[in-house]
Write a protein that binds this ligand. Structure first.
Ligand SMILES: NC(=O)c1ccc[n+]([C@@H]2O[C@H](COP(=O)([O-])OP(=O)(O)OC[C@H]3O[C@@H](n4cnc5c(N)ncnc54)[C@H](O)[C@@H]3O)[C@@H](O)[C@H]2O)c1
Length: 483
């Protein structure tokens, strides 16, 4: 999958169902992390264009909500088909724009089509309920409550760079299915992928105005969108500091936040090391660790720590390092700033006495896979999310110490527990403060119909197909008072 970026395209914004140049006359250059050059330009949308898009979205939403679930679902099914048909081109864009291996990028597109189809089916099978008035002391049989779901209005979907298609569609599809309109704000690096996925949606003949794609400078439209009175719900995935900022900017609207993590792998002394090593390797290093649910620290029992570390070292040294075009596991990080940040965490740990097992090599924004042993609590890498291929190993004396360290983190997205004693694993899992704990497996978001949530600084609210549908709708209660 070789790249040819000799012809640079200026992509248009999708505003009120039309592909348009922004009146700002400005564009934003999109840099490829591994080609280290501009691969295209996107529109810098203005605040006035945001206002107009939101006004039109409200009008379109009222008409859209009147369509039947099956009618709405038909558009989304067609979107899934278009994504699969265009998967090669979209995957190539993801690869170039965010530096993800081509095969993984293509998997992301196909997984997204599956997610959209499942979203349609789940919504079709959601039922309301009726309540009997006499179910409460003194209640009247003639009172019957009908509980249905109703849309919220205009949903603002904000996606991060690392899964630019999947984490956008996992907001857009449930929002549309429940009868909402959508304003979609992609990450800057991720905007061209966003354009491509919305081109696929546009091909379905989606009613004009129902969805607008607002690419632009965070400083000009970020807060403006978030604080806009016309936005009725925000679904955000991104970093914890951005998420915290958003939660301060908004008032009285539902907010779902999926944020950063510092997922621990707790390796008990009776763990099956084959399983633990395989899971930690996949969990920590795929896409250079640029995954919210990457394993970001290992808490291993002293008794097996030497064995685990030497096996991890052997596996790390087999990892492919280089270009996403060659499907390397380790690829250049999203930008130089991110690589500097990861390097800073490695340097801090080494100065404070961590043992370098392997790695700590760098070429521009390509950081080689790094394993640090004997990491202690005074080191930043013990607590901070690197979003890069560096894994700290912290040795512990007991399960209790592992649980204490796991819970000392400000984050609580996922965790893994490795033990061959299921009672022990379950006992540990139930004490870890995280949205999801994986027993004898790697931390990961999928399958997409499982609830997905972070606690503490890792998020607010729940995603996963069914829960996303619920979060993008509200109850509408109608009470029949019979004669
Ligand atoms: N929990 C999850 O589901 C999940 C999934 C993927 C990524 N993440 C997290 O995302 C982070 C990496 O992604 P990123 O670097 O794109 O995150 P980021 O927080 O920098 O950006 C996320 C999105 O927010 C937008 N944004 C930034 N400032 C804004 C503002 N003031 N108003 C409105 N929008 C604004 C960005 O343009 C982007 O679209 C990591 O911390 C990772 O753990 C979490």
């Amino acid at each position: 999958m070789a790249s040819n970026v000799s012809e640079l395209t200026t992509y248009l914004a999708y505003l009120e169902g039309e592909w348009k140049k922004s009146s700002s006359g400005e564009t934003i250059a999109i840099q490829s992390p591994y080609l280290r050059q501009t691969i295209g330009y996107v529109q810098a949308v203005t605040q006035e264009e945001v206002d107009h898009a939101i006004t039109e979205a409200h009008k379109a939403q009222k008409r859209w909500a009147k369509l039947s679930l099956s009618e709405r679902g038909a558009y989304l099914e067609k979107w899934a088909d278009e994504l699969v048909a265009g998967s090669e081109e979209i995957a190539k864009t993801i690869m170039q724009e965010v530096g993800k291996g081509f095969k993984d990028a293509q998997k992301e597109v196909v997984r997204t089509a599956d997610l959209i189809r499942y979203t349609v089916q789940d919504a079709l099978h959601m039922h309301g309920e009726s309540l009997k008035g006499d179910g409460f002391p003194g209640g009247d049989q003639k009172k019957i409550g009908i509980v249905e779901s109703a849309p919220l209005g205009v949903v603002l979907a904000i996606a991060p760079f690392n899964y630019p298609v999947n984490l956008a569609a996992s907001k857009i599809a449930p929002a549309l299915m429940m009868g909402n309109a959508v304003i979609f704000k992609p990450a800057t690096q991720g905007s061209i992928s966003g354009v491509k996925m919305i081109e696929a949606l546009d091909k379905t003949g989606l009613p004009k105005g129902l969805l607008s794609l607002t690419t632009g400078r965070g400083s000009v439209i970020g807060d403006y969108l978030v604080e806009h009175k016309g936005i009725n719900m925000i679904s955000f995935t991104g970093g914890s500091s951005t998420g915290r900022h958003l939660s301060k900017q908004t008032t009285m609207i539902p907010l779902v936040l999926e944020l950063g993590g510092k997922d621990p792998a707790i390796v008990c002394e009776d763990a099956d090391l084959d399983v633990a090593v395989k899971s930690i390797m996949n969990g920590a290093y795929s896409y250079s660790g640029q995954r919210c649910t990457a394993i970001k620290r290992v808490l291993v029992n002293d008794k097996i720590a030497d064995a685990l570390v030497s096996r991890l070292k052997a596996e790390i040294e087999k990892l492919t390092v280089g270009s996403p075009e060659k499907d390397s596991t380790i690829v250049p990080l999203i930008d130089d700033k991110s690589a500097d940040f990861v390097q800073g965490l490695i340097d801090d740990a080494l100065v404070k006495g961590a043992t370098l097992v392997t790695g700590n090599k760098r070429k521009e924004n390509l950081i080689y896979p790094t394993l640090l042993d004997n990491v202690t609590e005074d080191m930043d890498v013990a607590w901070i999310e690197p979003f890069g291929p560096v894994l700290p190993v912290i040795r512990v004396a007991s399960d209790e110490e592992a649980i204490e360290l796991a819970n000392k983190s400000e984050f609580g997205l996922q965790a893994s527990v490795f033990s061959q004693d299921i009672d022990r694993a379950l006992a540990v899992a139930r004490q870890v403060e995280a949205g999801t704990v994986q027993i004898n497996g790697r931390t990961e978001r999928g399958p997409d119909h499982f609830p997905f949530l972070g606690v503490k600084s890792s998020g607010m609210g729940v995603q996963g197909i069914h829960h996303s549908l619920l979060s993008m709708s509200r109850e509408r209660v109608t009470v029949l008072n019979l004669k």
